[in-house]
Design a protein around this ligand. Sequence first.
Ligand code: NQM
Length: 384
Amino acid sequence: MTGPAEVRCMLMRGGTSKGAYFLAEDLPADPAARDELLLRIMGSPDPRQIDGLGGAHPLTSKVAVVSASADPAADVDYLFLQIGVDRPEVSDRQNCGNILAGVGPFAVERGLVAAGDDETSVRIRMLNTGERAVAAFPTPGGRVDYAGDAAVSGVPGTAAPVTIGFPPGARPLLPTGRVRDTVAGIEVTCVDNGMPTVLVPAAALNVTGYEEPGDLEEDLALADRLCVIRLAAGPLMGLGDVETATVPKLTLLAPSRAGGAVTTRTFIPVRCHTSIGVLGAASVAAGLLLPGAVGEGIATPPRRGDRVRIEHPTGFLDIEAAVDPDAFPPTARRTAVIRTARKIIDGTVFPRAASPELTAAPEPGETPVPPARPSGGNDGSAPR
Ligand code: NQM
């Protein structure tokens, strides 16, 4: 495939992630041609992504594709794509709430949505899941203002707040239909409040849950157990075979050490997150609010309807979450979060030349090209 020699692109930080934002009309309409082009733009496959925009980590190897929505209930459509770091894979099987934070500002920057005088609110249809979000952010004088005093743990400094509300989704909050499951001999709670997530007590895996992400990634016995749990939980959650998928995520729970509801370490699904995903945190918060879930006895019970503070390796993430645990099945009522986003570069990206040997997906068990550490998922994951 050849594709365009240059593409309009905006590089943005969204929450604790960074990604390349495109108008859908600036990319090939055919998904295979689009994905092949995006691999070349991001510099994948290559553990360093040295020849592209990617930042050599799944949290910085992300793409947002945005277009005006044909749905009258939405202003824009947002498709999230996770670009493999060391594998030539592009996945639309998960959403991303951090990259979502940049979608509203990007839509205004590209003229898809007219800015309000003070603040602009953008209704977003998230194509990965079919769910919706509304993002509100300051636009004084009709221009996006990225400067402000909102702090996000894991991001240096402060920036303008992007307030994101999620109406209840149509997907079941408890994808297995149970508040607890025994998976690979361990009691877990499988929950999906925007991100399919398996909650696992850290102690059940013989870790404290306070370790540094890098130390957890080096624990190969832990990696093996997490892999077994994930592969068994995926089908139970209705996700089918998840061997090459980036979902479900696995979140280890330990008692709070800083006044929050709980401490977390999240695997996405093989690399350990340096903080926690937005929708991942929304799922953890909803899971903690469900009586009988594995967080009981570990988490400090958040009062219903309250802000749930999820601690993570670089601070905390506050989620406004309310569930209706008495409904059958239990449902989420409300979820909201404050993030920040920032335009980093707006311009033209020049994709690496096409070379078939770099973009062909390796057969299972085959070493990715170029030779790189093998990975357990399309997230540029750690050796298995
Ligand atoms: O859960 C990482 C991130 C994410 C996803 C991941 C996210 C979310 O931190 O909404 O934001 O879980 O792969 O960007």
